[in-house]
Structures are given as structure tokens and as C-alpha cells.
Design a protein around this ligand. Structure first.
Ligand code: SF4
Length: 363
């Protein structure tokens, strides 16, 4: 049995499901924070295997989905500047801003390139010394360390034409915002696995301590998630909320100290604009003043010709908060499909609408 198969054993899955179905008596609503978990839960059919009184909601853990239209408008404005090369991860290119996507401005002649890492963007900057290369930094704590490393590398190599447009976000503040709003009436949270491998599981201690909710950090295999649901059910049934970790092979309480150190060296905590939620204080990462030479917002004049506007009919802002599901969106699967996405939740491979589309949803 190899390392992954141990976490996909059908016999162990059946045992966990039998336990959950016997043990669970109280209605419960669990939110998986992370888009990777949403996709895994759908792929393994876990929603359909749980007792009907356990409801699973998808949360805000998809970086592409939570990027605000206003921030996307700034990226589009940057892409239109002369002598600029925009570098971005692929998903972002298809996300509509107020008027266009990056893919559309590229079709009009803008130099927009898909990269697979910041190292690709640095190489493009080296090869194009007369151009200004802007890397669009979206993502959570998981990707921020690699962006920070690229800025340090650019500084150490004297690369003067590399910039970062930092739209990075940090995750605990948005979880707090959703819990403070109280719209979802949650019983427990499946905390993100990859993010927690950087932040450490300690980052989520506030959920049981301050909100008295069940909470467990999960990996991405079927048994990781089922173990996590079992833990949440136990906590709900016993009314003993605590922080459990079903992903201890990757997550330490204190996190990845080397990654946290490099993030702290390059980034300050600042407000961030979240789709559907608005500006949350202390929920974003911006470049520290020492790295201002690499900060796209500080080195380019970003002119927006018109105010930002949301796509009519798209419920992504609500879906991110768990207050609506894709099945409540009139555009879902009729007008909005993965081939012709109207909103980011259908564009992203971790988006809730894409997961519902590919694997079917349960009302
Ligand atoms: Fe937006 Fe499309 Fe999802 Fe509707 S189905 S919420 S339009 S992404």
C-alpha cells in the first residue's frame, strides 16, 4: 500500500461512515473553508453519504473567487499600460472584471502571459530588460511565501523591472467575518489543509475558544475528510468544541516557520477587498516599504475609467459566504458553464460553482 492509498481505503471509509451515521443525532451545518476541500468532497461523493441532517456548505477558500472586481479592474488597467508584461496564474485570465477579462485584453494586444511559478515571471523579467514585468500575486498564505521569495530574489539580483501587484489575502480574518455575520448558523468548520501547513493549526484556535464551534483541519483524501467530519460530529454531539487536526502529516501547530519568516520579511498586513464581503482590515498582504521598488501599486499610475460593477445575476459574492448555493443562481449551467463562465466561482478549478457543475449538487 503506498502513502496515498492509505488515505483512500474503502474499508476504513465504510467504518468511518457507519460511525458518523450512528453517532450523529443533532442537525449540523459544517462549512469547508477551502475550495480544494469542496472539490474533494464532491469528487468522493461525501455529501450524499452523510446523514440528511448534516448539511455541508462551501466557504471562501478559493483565491480566484474572493478576488474583488475592483482589484481585477486595477489589473486590467495595468495590462493596458505601454511596455508592461502581465504575468499571472492561468485561472485568473478568464475571470471577468467589470468589463473584460485578462484573456480579452490579451486578444486586443496586451502582453499577458500565463506562468506556473514566480520563477517563470522572474525569467521573463530577465529576458525583457526594456519591459516592466508585473506578477499578479493572488492567493492565501500558501502562495504568499513563494511571491515573497521572488521579491527577495529580484532585489538580490538587481532586477529593476520586476513588480508584484499584491492581492494576497490571509484567511483567519475572513473566517471571523463570516462567523461574526452569523448568516450561515454553522455548527463546525473544516479548516484548510494547505493554508494550515503554513500558518499552523494554532491559527484556528479562536474558532472553538471564541465562537464555541467544532473545528478540524483536514487533508484532501477521502479518509482525511471523513475523519474530520467524524471529529466534528463528536464535538457537536458532546458539545465539546475543540481544535482537531486530521492532517498532522502536513500541519504542525506552529506552522512552517521558514515560510512565515520570509512572508514577514517582505509583507505587511493591510486591509483587503474580498468579493461579496468588502474591505476587511488586517486581511491582506502588501509589500513592506523596504520593497516599495517592487510594488506595482506604488510604481504605476492605475487609472480606472469608470467605477467597478458586478456582473448582473452572478451570486458568487453570496456563494463565497455560504449564504447561497450555485443551484440558486438562475445563470447556473444555463448561461454560466465552465466553457463560458460568468463569474469566478465557475472559472476556478476550486470554485464552488465549477464543483457543482462537474459533480452535481445536493440541495
Ligand atoms: Fe456566478 Fe456563474 Fe456561479 Fe451563477 S453559476 S454564481 S453566474 S459563477
Amino acid at each position: 500500500m503506498n502513502f496515498i492509498e492509505e488515505f483512500r481505503s474503502s474499508q476504513s471509509g465504510r467504518t468511518l461512515l457507519e460511525y458518523i451515521n450512528k453517532r450523529s443525532t443533532k442537525p449540523a451545518r459544517f462549512m469547508e473553508f477551502c475550495g480544494g476541500h469542496t472539490v474533494a468532497i464532491f469528487r468522493y461523493g461525501i455529501r450524499q453519504l452523510l446523514p440528511p441532517h448534516i448539511e455541508m456548505l462551501s466557504g471562501p477558500g478559493c483565491p480566484v473567487c474572493v478576488t474583488s472586481t475592483a482589484d481585477l479592474d486595477k489589473v486590467i488597467a495595468l495590462s493596458r499600460l505601454p511596455g508592461v508584461i502581465i504575468c499571472s496564474f492561468g485561472d485568473l485570465l478568464r475571470v471577468p472584471s467589470s468589463r473584460q477579462s485578462l484573456l480579452e485584453v490579451r486578444a486586443e494586444g496586451a502582453d499577458v502571459r500565463i506562468v506556473y511559478s514566480t520563477m517563470d515571471a522572474l525569467e521573463i523579467a530577465r529576458q525583457n530588460p526594456l519591459k516592466k514585468v508585473i506578477f499578479v500575486g493572488i492567493g492565501f498564505e500558501t502562495t504568499a511565501p513563494t511571491i515573497a521569495a521572488s521579491v527577495i530574489q529580484a532585489r538580490n539580483q538587481g532586477l529593476a523591472n520586476y513588480y508584484v501587484m499584491s492581492i494576497h489575502k490571509i484567511t483567519p480574518p475572513v473566517m471571523r467575518a463570516i462567523l461574526d455575520a452569523g448568516e450561515t448558523r454553522l455548527s463546525g468548520i473544516i479548516c484548510p489543509g494547505h493554508v494550515s501547513s503554513i500558518t499552523g493549526s494554532n491559527a484556528w484556535e479562536f474558532i472553538p475558544e471564541e465562537y464555541h464551534l467544532a473545528c478540524a483541519v483536514s487533508g484532501f483524501e477521502s479518509l482525511d475528510i471523513l475523519y474530520c467530519v467524524k471529529s466534528l460530529v463528536d464535538q457537536v454531539e458532546d458539545a465539546t468544541p475543540r481544535l482537531d487536526v486530521s492532517y498532522s502529516r502536513a500541519v504542525k501547530p506552529e506552522g512552517n516557520t521558514a515560510a512565515l519568516k520570509i512572508m514577514d520579511e517582505v509583507f505587511d498586513i493591510c486591509p483587503a477587498n474580498w468579493r461579496g464581503i468588502g474591505i476587511l482590515p488586517q486581511s491582506g498582504l502588501c509589500l513592506r516599504p523596504e520593497f516599495a521598488a517592487f510594488d506595482a501599486e506604488k510604481n504605476f499610475e492605475i487609472k480606472l475609467s469608470e467605477p467597478s460593477r458586478e456582473t448582473p445575476g452572478c451570486l458568487c459574492g453570496e456563494i463565497i459566504k455560504g449564504t447561497r448555493t450555485p443551484l440558486e443562481c438562475k445563470l447556473f449551467s444555463k448561461v454560466c458553464t465552465p466553457e463560458n463562465p460568468v463569474g469566478p466561482c465557475m472559472v476556478s478549478s476550486e470554485g464552488t460553482c465549477a464543483a457543482y457543475y462537474h459533480y452535481g449538487g445536493k440541495l
